[in-house]
Design a protein around this ligand. Structure first.
Ligand code: NAP
Ligand code: MG
Length: 403
């Protein structure tokens, strides 16, 4: 069989530990035999980040901006323990944080669903994608403990000399105060990424805040979304038959639970933090959660939502057989290759992305799965296999499909 040719390079960001092992297996077994892979390779493994003083992370993000599509392996975010383990020169920042701020992107997380794994919420028939605004609010707030009676004020001093002042509270005893912010620029980027991703995946977009209570702060989020939608995306949404739906956050939560799924839920920073954990648990498994970073100008970086699966890696190093689930990492590759194919007009590559995912479903539907899934599966006779055998089974289905 002739391999599928590519025109533009795919930006490939390699990573750490167990996912680095899976990365090579996926490439060798599921990609390279079928695709004449044109990639620009960046080794984001911790040793190379340390060696390059993290320049490799910055370079990889710049390349993602330049070419438009990247695929990333999970990476270690160093802490004190990792400093010793890897003899690091510095506690390098989270690569995902660095890439996100260079691409100015929003992260969309969606579960991979299969018929034999039932979500806890039984009316969910389709995946729910969650988008979290990843800037500001309580995550960049300042806090103060007042330990005596007194007055707390919010003061803004403009560059022009303009001064705005408002009383927060007149304390008659001790208390606590918090000051948080966001910027129009960041909210606008978030809105653009959300509307673009909704169009890209042809799904409705939901957004919710508490603007009945927060009449300036949350109301600004609502207004920015509404203005951008009206001005730039409404016509395309109508053409595609998809909807932008705004409601209050508490109403949104109730509706999400009662829904059939199949939409994107855009959340403010804190809501997204909490709700993404709720959704991934309710859908079944972190190992089945995909993640894509979308920039406001339509650049994409695909990855798995889970980390480097350290516990499995230490067992692997001891020579033990590991059954780590490669699904989310495979879907990062299929998603990235399909997107590259769409952008470059290579239908064979688009088709390959689809068939690779279908081969994964063939495998799971016949009950061949990694250990983490076997206990969750119902209605099929499930058999746990190790990662290599699971990937080999997917390859057999993929070969059949492409023949
Ligand atoms: P993790 O790697 O997601 O793993 C946590 C646990 O979840 C695992 O021990 C395993 O449970 C289960 N799990 C996750 N993915 C799985 C898979 N594909 N197959 C089977 N089981 C899976 O999180 P962590 O252990 O907290 O973090 C490890 C490292 O990853 C850290 O250094 C962290 O900095 C990094 N990290 C990176 C990213 C990223 O690059 N996007 C995200 C999160 C964390 P059992 O052990 O019970 O089987
Ligand atoms: Mg959280």
């Amino acid at each position: 069989m002739e391999k599928i040719k590519m025109t533009t390079p795919l930006v490939e960001m390699d990573g750490d530990e167990m996912t680095r092992i899976l990365w090579k297996m996926i490439k060798d077994e599921l990609i390279l035999p079928f695709v004449d892979l044109k990639s620009e390779y960046y080794d984001l493994g911790l040793p190379n980040r340390d060696k390059t003083e993290d320049q490799v992370t910055i370079d990889s993000a710049e390349a993602a901006k330049k070419y438009g599509v990247a695929v990333k392996c999970a990476t270690i975010t160093p802490n004190a323990k990792r400093m010793d383990e890897y003899h690091l020169h510095k506690m390098w920042k989270s690569p995902n944080g660095t890439i996100r701020s260079i691409m100015d992107g929003t992260v969309f997380r969606a579960p991979i669903t299969i018929p034999s794994i039932h979500p806890v919420v039984k009316n969910w028939e389709k995946p729910i994608t969650i988008a979290r605004h990843a800037y500001g609010d309580v995550y960049k707030s300042v806090e103060l403990r007042a330990d005596e009676p007194g007055t707390a004020k919010l003061v803004f001093e403009g560059k022009s000399g303009k001064r705005q002042e408002i009383e927060i509270h007149n304390f008659d005893g001790a208390g606590i105060i918090q000051g948080m912010h966001n910027t129009d620029k960041s909210i606008k980027s978030f809105a653009h990424s959300c509307f673009k991703f909704a169009i890209d995946t042809k799904q409705d977009l939901w957004f919710a805040t508490k603007d009945t209570i927060s009449k300036t702060y949350d109301a600004q989020f609502r207004q920015i979304f509404e203005d951008i939608f009206e001005q730039e995306y409404k016509a395309t949404f109508e053409k595609l038959g998809i909807e932008y739906f705004y409601t209050l956050i508490d109403d949104a939560v109730a509706r999400v639970i009662r829904s059939k799924g199949g939409f994107i839920w855009a959340c403010k920073n804190y809501d997204g933090d909490v709700m993404s954990d709720m959704l991934s648990t309710a859908f079944g498994s972190l190992a089945m959660m995909t993640s894509v970073l979308v920039s406001p100008d339509g650049k994409y970086e695909y990855e798995a939502a889970h980390g480097t699966v350290t516990r499995h890696y230490y067992r692997y190093l001891k020579g033990e057989d590991t059954s780590t689930n490669p699904m989310a990492t495979i879907f990062a590759w299929s998603g990235a290759l399909r997107k590259r194919g769409e952008l470059d007009g290579i239908s064979a590559l688009v088709n390959f992305g689809n068939e690779l995912e279908a081969a994964c479903f063939d495998t799971l539907n016949e009950g061949v799965a990694t250990k983490d899934l076997v206990n969750l599966m119902e209605g099929v006779e499930a058999k746990a296999v190790n990662s290599a055998d699971f990937i080999a089974a997917i390859r057999a289905h993929l070969e059949k499909r492409l023949a």
